[in-house]
Design a protein. Structure first.
Length: 192
């Protein structure tokens, strides 16, 4: 049974970047539905795998309807667990240390990384995601995907580290501040 990520902050904690109503709706309606629908689909399919293994082996699901339900809802579940765990209040600043050096090596600078990832997000046609992932050798790679797809599903062997949610439900109620991408040295991760 998959459980919804528990927010360690209140719905209004990301104000003014993301308003409380958007956070509450995004979390209690959209993410909760992905979690419920994923659990219903894996129960029908009789599958018992962790979410990463499940999404990496969608091609093994013979029933096309169950495969689609698990792809869409499993993707929504995984993507949002990652999304909600990589945003937070009181985060910010440019990364330092090993992660900063890795970003600089791969993208030239933190600002170049921000620009490239943001470019993938704004150029996504329709709903989807922009991703920062690590490949099997630990190199950082950028990509985008439609709908609730993610790099686990494409066979690339990339593991998502950060996702920018380009679905309207992430920003449609009041919008999101343009100052989205910040760095948290506490967790050595990037926050939107």
């Amino acid at each position: 049974m998959f459980t919804q990520y528990k927010l360690p902050y209140s719905y209004d904690a990301l104000e003014p970047n993301i308003d409380a109503l958007t956070m509450e709706t995004h979390y209690t309606k959209h993410h909760a539905a992905y979690t419920k629908n994923l659990n219903d689909a894996v129960e029908k399919a009789g599958i018992n795998k962790d979410i990463g293994e499940l999404l990496s082996s969608l091609h093994d699901i013979a029933d096309p309807a169950l495969q689609k339900a698990i792809r869409n809802n499993g993707g929504g579940y995984y993507n949002h667990n990652l999304y909600f765990s990589t945003i937070g209040p009181n985060a910010g600043g440019e990364p330092t240390g090993a992660f900063a050096k890795l970003l600089e090596k791969e993208f030239g600078s933190f600002s170049a990384f921000q620009e490239k990832l943001s470019g993938l997000a704004v150029s996504q046609f329709g709903s989807g995601w922009a991703w920062l992932s690590a490949d099997r050798d630990g190199r950082l790679v950028l990509s985008s995907s439609p709908n609730q797809d993610n790099p686990l599903m494409d066979g690339s062997g990339h593991t998502p580290i950060l996702g920018i949610d380009v679905w309207e439900h992430a920003y449609y109620l009041k919008g999101i501040s343009k100052n989205l991408m910040q760095y948290s040295p506490k967790y050595d991760i990037i926050y939107l």
